[in-house]
Design a protein around this ligand. Structure first.
Ligand code: MLC
Ligand code: AMP
Length: 505
């Protein structure tokens, strides 16, 4: 069998001198490419010795560390399916993912091991290991005892490499199944398209449980055999201190807004930089312009999603236009109406895509998968798009009811269902409102049923905060008499959005 294991591709691009540095950073150990090979082999051997066999899922909810990256590589090498989970997820959210994905092994932060063990037991998970953000825990302790030689398990291109959960419009999260070929094709495309070159150093501040930080950023560095300065989290001061040692930086728009708020963020700090990219949410034209004025660099905006990796990108060499996401990468794209009729250039419709980067389907949801693909294999992204006369694509809205806050997706339906269960609540509606830092902020409108006297904004916030990830917690809650509806009885979310915006103004 030809080996299409993604790790084999990475390894083929490692530098000949394996003592070269793969990862370093102010809070992480310095790790060479040789160390990556040895330690990922040890971890893969550990996972296998614990009974995990090719195709099994390994769910991971840990802080960002080099060891967590090595765990990802180990899963690839052992033919296991990597399933990263946002560190903000709370117990009820985790229980859903473990119940749905039925992983063989779960790796979590030592601080939450008791809670996770209880959930894991309920979900039939065989093993729970720990790993903290400094790289310590039972995972690394046990892996250190293992043999550091390993033959990477051969995989076909169609075998699963990872499952990433994305929230759904119905409120139920769906596990997007990504194959070794999906990830390899997108990695090759981006590496080439963005002109990666010898000597590049990637400054990495994104979380590594989503497509952007895990695949887009790290895969480019692996394919380039490049050093990564790995930061545990985004902190503008730490970014500014490390930019002079870097050539590439990738961020969500909030990163750029926050950098621009720092007086110490200057042209000089960016003197060695080759490329800044932005995505996961729309980059405001004012941020794009302010960044160019301050640094002389033009941010390259690209567009993508969990189900397909990167779909379009502004050019590396040509003009990068504000408010656009550039041109299609190595996938076919078309703009269609709700029924799938392809529209003429210039018209606004839903972007549909087909290509080697497009995922295999949603984990154990054949009907949901079928409903999001056209019969000729195009995937319906749900993003309202227009192709301009200049050929550049512009994401102008979303046909899906989705809020993107600081680069994280929040589906109103999930929050509404949750609020509706709160004692004293009759019904609720959740909308997004522009936010200077997060791009969009979650705002909730709540109608009470009178059974709880004097239900207040802070009660609703406290109720949500206890059970849902922090980025889903509304920044503001309005207690209202009723929700505006049209004659069909549908809640008029536009009116609520207008009210939230007017109030803010
Ligand atoms: C944190 N908070 C958020 C939030 N992040 N609220 C809304 N939206 C967010 N994104 C909460 C905190 O819990 C806290 O609440 C309060 O807001 C202020 O927190 P903070 O200290 O300012 O947040 P910070 O830890 O600095 O995190 C902000 C951030 C982070 C922007 C660094 O959200 C982040 O790393 N975002 C990147 C997301 C990402 O990687 N997306 C890629 C998806 S892949 P309280 O109540 O505790 O005070 C994808 C495909 C593609 O979309 O195209 O790339
Ligand atoms: P996710 O499901 O987390 O992968 O988020 C994917 C969604 O993020 C896409 O469907 C878009 O709605 C949005 N997105 C990603 N990049 C951009 C961008 N550059 N501009 C506008 N929206 C974007």
């Amino acid at each position: 069998m030809t080996d299409n294991n993604l790790y084999t591709l990475f390894e083929s691009r490692f530098p000949a001198d394996l003592t070269q540095i793969a990862f370093e950073g102010p809070e992480v150990p310095t790790v060479s490419f040789g160390d990556l090979q040895d330690k990922s082999a040890q971890m893969a051997n550990l996972l296998t010795s614990l009974g995990a066999v090719a195709g099994d899922r390994v769910a991971v909810q840990t802080g960002k560390s080099v060891e967590a990256v090595i765990l990802y590589l180990a899963c690839l090498r052992a033919g296991l399916v990597y399933l990263p989970l946002n560190t903000a997820y709370k117990a009820a959210e985790i229980e859903y993912f473990l119940g749905d994905a039925t992983p063989a092994i779960v790796v979590c932060d030592p601080a939450s091991i008791t809670e996770i063990e209880a959930i894991a037991k309920k979900c039939g998970v065989r093993q729970v290991l720990s790993l903290d953000e400094t790289g310590r825990g039972s995972l690394t302790e046990k892996a250190d005892q293992q043999d550091s030689s390993l033959e990477t398990v051969a995989r076909t291109g169609d075998d699963l490499a990872a499952i990433l959960y994305t929230s759904g419009t119905t409120g139920r999260s769906k596990g997007a199944m990504l194959t070794h070929d999906n990830l390899a094709s997108n990695a090759r495309t981006l590496h080439q398209h963005w002109g990666f070159t010898e000597g590049d150093v990637l400054l990495h501040a994104l979380p590594i449980f989503h497509v952007h930080g895990l695949f887009v950023a790290l895969h480019c560095a692996f394919l380039n055999g490049s050093k990564v300065i790995l930061l545990r989290k985004f902190d503008p001061a730490v970014i500014i201190a490390n930019l002079p040692k870097s050539t590439v930086f990738m961020g969500v728009p909030t990163f750029y807004v926050r950098l621009l708020a720092e007086a110490a963020f200057t042209k000089d700090v960016c003197r060695n930089m080759r490329l800044f990219t932005a995505g996961s949410a729309p980059l405001l034209e004012e941020t794009f312009n302010a960044f160019r004025e301050r640094t002389g660099h033009v941010i390259l905006e690209r567009y993508g999603m969990t189900e397909a990796g990167m779909i379009t990108s502004n050019p590396y060499d040509g003009e990068r236009k504000a408010g656009t996401v550039g041109f299609p990468l190595d996938n076919e794209v078309r703009i269609a109406d709700e029924e799938g009729n392809v529209l003429a250039d210039g018209e606004i419709g839903i972007l549909e895509i087909k290509g080697p980067n497009v995922f295999k389907g949603y984990w154990q949801m054949p009907e949901k998968t079928a409903s999001e693909f056209r019969p000729d294999g195009f995937f319906i992204t749900g993003d309202m798009t227009r192709k301009g006369e200049d050929g550049y694509y512009r994401i102008v809205g979303r046909s899906k009811d989705l809020i993107i806050s600081g680069g994280y997706n929040v589906y109103p339906k999930e929050i509404e269902s949750f609020i509706d269960e709160m004692p004293g609540v009759e019904e609720s509606a959740v909308v997004g409102r522009p936010h200077p830092d997060f791009g969009e902020a979650v705002v909730a409108f709540v109608v009470t049923d009178g059974s709880v006297s004097n239900l207040k904004e802070e009660d609703v916030i406290a109720f949500i905060k206890e059970k849902l990830a922090n980025f889903k917690v509304p920044k503001q809650v309005y207690i209202v008499e009723d929700l505006p509806r049209n004659t069909m009885g549908k809640v008029q979310k536009n009116q609520l959005r207008d009210r939230a915006v007017a109030d803010q103004d």
